[in-house]
Write a protein that binds this ligand. Structure first.
Ligand code: NAD
Length: 705
């Protein structure tokens, strides 16, 4: 069978694209499609053409392996085929099942009509890679669905199903049986003499130039992420439909899409895909070491994290025993789980059947004797070493010899916890992020004695649970939280020097973080932070200091949202600037003899984010992180670092490692030696090299303790 099969049924020619697995538009397909159109044109018995995909899908998209290679430029290009179909004197209908994304959807959009099955999926997801449609997808979709919907769909890259496509006017008919249904559709159209105007010639959905709509949409994007390039380019291109002729608007859209391919944002988003895959590979844990099978797990502690972790396993279809020492806490935890699932069903994001299946996976207990038949236990009790050690000693006795004992600690020493057991090789950190059933990251932590098979098992577990997984060395804060303290630490020092909470949070939001660092503090509770600081102060060198601001806010009864005031004042969840907080901060500045001054947004941005890059480099030095990409994976998926910036390390290298080093020198002078430049970062900056020049850390392989 050729890559495009041609047969005729009555007066309809059926062109079947057959390029498994996804019928992508590779060079031979484009050539064969062009030839098949020639044949349909020449065949006088043919009055209509149906374009359909073989196997399970229409054309899913462009051929990824051709991206950036000369093959992508081999004619006929998709745009040439589209122009041909546009002007084709016989009806051309696309018949869509499976997925029609990107170039596949753009091919369907160039047809005169579209027929689909309800299960078909459509979308222009280019924005997710920092790109935009390059083969007229914007211009054509806009003319089908109108500017407001086109803006929404293309700037989010959202996909939609057959029913929605029919409602939007993207498809002309839904059929049950695709091929005969599409042929019948074409025959009926011929019989009834229906005229299909090529999309580029349609203006019924265009209407008047909606200047306010475009202005408002840009303002919305600006408020969310002012420096993202692709969404703004998409708005410009769609607006061109009102300013330029059809062919000019198509050319403009194409040019903007070509320009985006050369941006760092596209590079970053493309790289994210590869660093996620690379993060799963651990150099001293070869693939020949097979993970232990995990069929049933126990989660110890039915609080915030334990409940979320139990749901994560249940969602993946694994049996879970949820154990809490306190029967009331257990009942509360189980109730929260039930309510969470009920909420998903009410919102329509989960079916009642899936809810039932998930709930059936979870059983509660207060008795360690119930843990006889498990393969893995994950502990999520209070964050106190003695309590965790007691739990691990108990688990060591209560569970079979092969059972892996994991801890969800966010800061404690894995080796100290492992000491409480007779099986340190089976003890490991599995650090989930709150809410555990939603957040994408699983940060695993290896202790000094953790065996390669245990690591292989928890890395494979991430995949089973649908998480992005990275491995960290055992140190205070592991990869992510260890860096985070430098981010929030700088926020406090900036406050002492004259910046306001609103300015700092505004800069972080504009950078692309989901929340500002001080709003986060208010949300998680300043009291919680004060406890962490008490422990941290004990480990600091005499020259290092933490700002007193959180302690003083706490002493003034300002615990954050829960007490109605922290860095801000709250009415419900809404926050307002608070002169009382500013007064407490100004008093600390006075006491320390600091002259308060103003800061530019750029200065604040560098002060917040350069130090985390510096600390990331120290993690590479001491083996806490294996690769710069692993650090980026952790920050994008666990801390909301904007994916389109590629993570702190990628962004840091683009910003200039020597600038980061220079700031670190100054900050060490002002704040103490822990802010000093990383030796690795300094060496790279000196030699004009980058993270890719750093060999995968050898230190981590031996002992990151
Ligand atoms: P939590 O206070 O909500 O829940 C702890 C639960 O453990 C309670 O239900 C308590 O009854 C139970 N418990 C306490 N001692 C026990 C024991 N000896 N045996 C059995 N059950 C016991 O706490 P959390 O926020 O869910 O945090 C749990 C762990 O997860 C901590 O180590 C924390 O550092 C870590 N963590 C928390 C977050 C977060 O955002 N909350 C994020 C990542 C990691």
């Amino acid at each position: 069978m050729g890559v495009v099969e041609y047969d005729r049924e009555g007066s309809v020619a059926v062109l079947t694209i057959n390029n498994p697995p996804v019928n992508s538009l590779a060079v031979p397909v484009r050539g064969a499609l062009d030839a098949a159109l020639d044949r349909a044109l020449a065949d006088d018995d043919v009055r209509a053409v149906v374009l359909i995909g073989a196997g399970s899908t229409f054309v899913s998209g462009a051929e990824i392996s051709e991206f950036g290679t000369p093959l992508a430029r081999v004619e006929p290009l998709l745009t040439m085929i589209q122009r041909r179909i546009d002007a084709f004197p016989k009806l051309v209908a696309a018949a869509v099942h499976g997925t029609a994304f990107g170039g596949g959807f753009e091919l369907a959009l160039a047809c005169h009509a579209r027929v689909a099955v309800a299960g078909a999926k459509f979308g222009l997801p280019e924005v997710k890679l920092g790109l935009m449609p390059g083969a007229g997808g914007g211009q054509r979709l806009l003319r089908l669905v109108g500017p407001a919907m086109a803006l929404e769909l293309i700037t989010t890259g959202a996909s939609f199903g057959g029913e929605e496509a029919l409602r939007l006017g993207v498809v002309d008919a839904l059929v049950d049986d695709l091929r005969p249904g599409a042929i019948a559709f074409a025959e009926a159209a011929l019989r009834e003499g229906r005229q299909f105007t090529p999309i580029m010639a349609r203006d019924d959905k265009l209407g008047e130039y909606p200047t306010a709509l475009f202005a408002e949409f840009r303002a919305r994007l600006h408020a969310k992420a002012p420096e993202r390039l692709a969404p703004f380019a998409i708005v410009d291109a769609l607006e061109a439909a009102f300013r330029l002729s059809g062919p000019e608007a198509l050319a403009y859209e194409k040019q903007r899409s070509i320009d985006l391919k050369a941006t760092d944002q596209h590079r970053a988003l493309k790289r994210n895909f590869f660093i996620e895959r690379a993060a799963r590979k651990i150099p001293d844990v070869p693939e020949t070491i097979l993970p232990q099978p995990i069929r049933r797990v126990a989660v110890i502690g039915a609080g915030t994290m334990g409940g979320g972790i139990a749901m994560t396993f249940a969602n993946a279809g694994l049996g879970v025993i949820l154990l809490d020492q306190n029967p009331e806490a257990l009942a509360r935890g189980l109730k929260v789980i039930e309510n969470n699932y009920a909420g998903s069903v009410a919102r329509g994001t989960m079916s009642a059947a899936t809810q039932g299946a998930a709930l059936a996976c979870i059983r509660g207990t207060t008795d360690y004797d119930d843990l006889g038949d498990i393969d893995l236990a994950i502990e999520a009790v209070f964050e106190k070493l003695e309590i965790k050690q007691a739990v691990f000693a108990r688990l060591d006795q209560a569970t079979a010899r092969h059972v892996i004992l994991a801890t969800n600690t966010s800061s404690l020493n894995i080796d100290a916890i492992a000491e409480a057991t007779s099986r340190p090789e089976l003890v490991v950190g599995t650090h989930f992020f709150a809410p555990a059933h939603k957040m994408k990251l699983l940060e695993n932590v290896r202790g000094r004695h953790t065996s390669p098979q245990t690591i292989a098992t928890v890395m494979a577990l991430g995949k089973v649970l649908g998480k992005v997984t990275a491995l960290a060395g055992n140190c205070d804060g592991f990869i992510g939280n260890r860096m985070l303290q430098y981010y929030s630490g700088q926020a406090e020092f900036l406050l002492e020097q004259g910046a306001t909470p609103e300015q700092i949070d505004r800069v972080a939001l504009a950078f692309g973080m989901p929340m500002g660092p001080l709003a986060v503090r208010d949300m998680t509770g300043i009291d919680v932070n004060v406890l962490v600081r008490q422990a941290r102060r004990k480990t600091l060198s005499p020259q290092d200091r933490l700002s007193d601001i959180p302690d003083r806010l706490f002493a003034a009864g300002r615990l954050g949202q829960k007490s109605g005031a922290g860095y801000y004042r709250y009415e419900g969840r809404q926050k307002f600037p608070d002169p009382a907080a500013l007064e407490i901060i100004a008093e600390i500045s006075r006491e320390r003899g600091i002259t308060r001054r103003s800061f530019t947004d750029e200065e604040i941005r560098d002060r917040l984010f350069f130090p985390i890059v510096n600390e990331g480099a120290k993690e590479l030095e001491d083996g806490t992180a294996l690769r710069a990409g692993d650090i980026d994976v952790v920050w994008i998926n666990g801390y909301g670092f904007p994916a389109w910036r590629g993570g702190p390390m990628f962004w840091g290298e683009l910003s200039g490692l020597s600038r980061i080093r220079d700031l670190a020198v100054r900050l060490a002078d002002e704040n103490g030696p822990r802010w000093a430049p990383s030796a690795l970062l300094s060496a790279l900056a000196r030699d004009g090299r980058g993270w890719d020049d750093v060999p995968v850390s050898a230190a981590a392989l031996a002992d990151a303790g």
